[in-house]
Design a protein around this ligand. Structure first.
Ligand code: GLN
Length: 277
């Protein structure tokens, strides 16, 4: 079986922690999935050349403004957009990484940050408050299937974004979002990218919400958006792109990493089958 190379964007933030957990997850997966740990290679990604070697990519938590600035200076921003939106390889963003993968982010100065895009959502960057308001919540994550049913997942939220709105899918840039104040949107891809970006036509799926928090804020007299009553959206997936508001990399629980690697594996199988036919 050929190697699968998983990259972790290592420009800023909690990349080292992701590398460690990915390695743990590959070892955990090995016996059950007939996928020897040696099949996987986990690398840190700082350059377009390193990105090119990757079959899948994790974008860690940290500070999304800094990350996008360093990415632009390292000339890796456009290759990242190609990776996610043209080549449509699997990508997973945690916290700041989720912000970068959103097509729209608010509470951001115009021109203050570049997005990669890939998820038709609007995120609110610091929805869960400041650093001092960080918290951990036990989460029920149904998408983990049997692995998630044993124990709740210890989710860590640090200046975490929320998915505030699922946007209608658009071929190019999210034009309505462009009109809003304090909001940045991901740029459209080049014309040849458009056909590929249209494959994003997969719907955005909500994989997890944080219940109770919206109700708690409402009870404190804070303003609550009615459509958030079912809880804050904190994990979404659209085709090849997955995003979580929280930081699984800051725990030593590798269940989400293992789940995602399985997804990577099956999407690669599908891709290789298509290429062979
Ligand atoms: N809210 C932060 C940002 O805008 C992300 C915080 C995090 O990754 N812990 O980048």
């Amino acid at each position: 079986m050929s190697k699968i190379t998983v990259g972790v964007l290592a420009l800023q933030g909690a990349f080292y922690e992701h590398v460690q957990l990915l390695k743990k997850a590959t070892a955990d997966l090995a016996p059950e999935a007939g996928s020897p740990a040696s099949q996987w290679e986990v690398i840190e990604v700082r350059t377009p050349q390193e990105l090119e070697r990757c079959d899948a990519l994790v974008l860690p938590g940290g500070e999304s403004t800094t990350m996008s600035l360093v990415a632009a200076r390292s000339n890796i921003l456009e290759p990242l957009r190609d990776f996610v939106k043209v080549h449509r390889k699997p990508a997973w963003g945690t916290c700041a990484g989720l912000i970068l993968l959103a097509e729209s982010a608010n509470r951001t100065k115009k021109g203050g940050q570049d997005l990669i895009g890939g998820l038709d959502v609007r995120v609110n960057r610091n929805h869960f408050g400041r650093q001092a308001e960080s918290f951990q919540a036990p989460l029920d994550l149904p998408f983990l299937g049997a692995a998630g049913q044993s124990d709740p997942f210890p989710a860590v939220f640090i200046r975490a974004p929320v998915v505030e709105k699922i946007l209608p899918h658009q071929k190019g840039v999210q034009v309505d979002e462009l009109q809003k104040d304090d909001t940045v949107v991901a740029p459209a891809k080049s014309p040849e990218g458009h056909a590929a970006q249209d494959a994003m036509a997969d719907d955005v799926e909500v994989l997890a919400t944080l219940p109770g928090r919206a109700a708690k804020l409402a009870s404190e007299g804070r303003n609550i958006d009615a459509d958030r009553e079912t809880g804050d959206i904190i994990a979404v997936q659209q085709g090849n792109v997955f995003g979580t508001s929280f930081h699984p990399e800051l725990t030593n629980d590798a269940r989400i990493h293992a789940w995602w690697l399985r997804q990577v594996q099956s999407s690669l199988h599908r891709r290789r089958e298509i290429e062979q036919n």
